[in-house]
Design a binder for this molecule. Structure first.
Ligand code: ADP
Ligand code: NI
Length: 211
């Protein structure tokens, strides 16, 4: 990507995400992009593919658009004359990263693994905490329920906690560090995870009036 393409694509994305309240705003894309690039340098991955896939990973998200067959990503890549082979590689990554289902899907290429790691890292740590409470606020969820949820709790107890933002930590955020694909991301995830664990400890101490 030349500097002109890079700058122009960024302003396209800024425009695209301007009305988003689902937690997939332009700043999320920029954080994933920067993180993915840093990991890619250390893992000796293809920077062009990683950059494009990171920048475009959310433009066809079902929560944002009714796009069919990754049309937004394709449109942007065509606009900047990205060759067909690169486009297919990028689309394959977006497809794996945005895959929603019971089983998570690990991308087959190093570049895809890196983008998925970066997207997941942005859900944990200090930023992850902020995003979770923002999501909860947007959905009118209470910060926490009366009882402290346990990891891997049974279905019934889980339901009682389902509606609070703190529950989301136990349901998803605390599990993400074990789902990293690359060694580099694992190191970053461990630090972010520890920060959340400390945060939760402090949080419950304060709720109980211990501090
Ligand atoms: P992605 O599309 O990246 O998998 P989601 O759409 O599931 O992410 O979530 C976007 C952001 O909102 C993430 O930071 C996630 O942790 C947060 N989020 C999603 N569901 C909840 C929830 N039930 N409670 C609090 N935060 C949530
Ligand atoms: Ni994302």
């Amino acid at each position: 990507m030349t500097k002109e393409v890079h700058d122009s694509l960024l302003s396209d994305l800024q425009e695209f995400f301007k009305d988003d309240y689902s937690g997939h705003d332009f700043n999320h894309t920029m954080r994933v992009y920067k993180l993915a690039n840093n990991i890619a340098i250390q893992e000796h991955a293809n920077l062009e593919i990683v950059s494009l896939a990171a920048l475009l990973h959310d433009v066809d998200d079902v929560k944002l658009t009714q796009s069919i067959n990754y049309q937004n990503a394709r449109l942007l890549m065509n606009k900047y004359g990205i060759d067909q082979a690169t486009q297919e590689e990028v689309i394959a990554i977006i497809q794996d990263v945005s895959f929603k289902g019971n089983q998570s899907k690990s991308p087959s290429t190093l570049e895809g693994k890196i983008v998925q790691d970066a997207d997941r890292l942005d859900a944990i740590g200090a930023i992850g905490i902020a995003r979770a409470f923002t999501f909860g606020g947007n959905h009118n969820r209470p910060l926490y329920n009366d009882e402290k949820p346990e990891r891997n709790m049974d279905e019934t107890s889980y339901r009682q906690h389902q509606s609070s933002t703190i529950n989301h930590f136990y349901e998803k955020l605390l599990l993400l560090k074990d789902m990293m694909n690359t060694e580099c991301a694992r190191v970053l995830a461990d630090q972010r995870h520890q920060f959340m664990v400390n945060y939760l400890e402090e949080f419950f101490d304060e709720i109980e009036g211990k501090k």
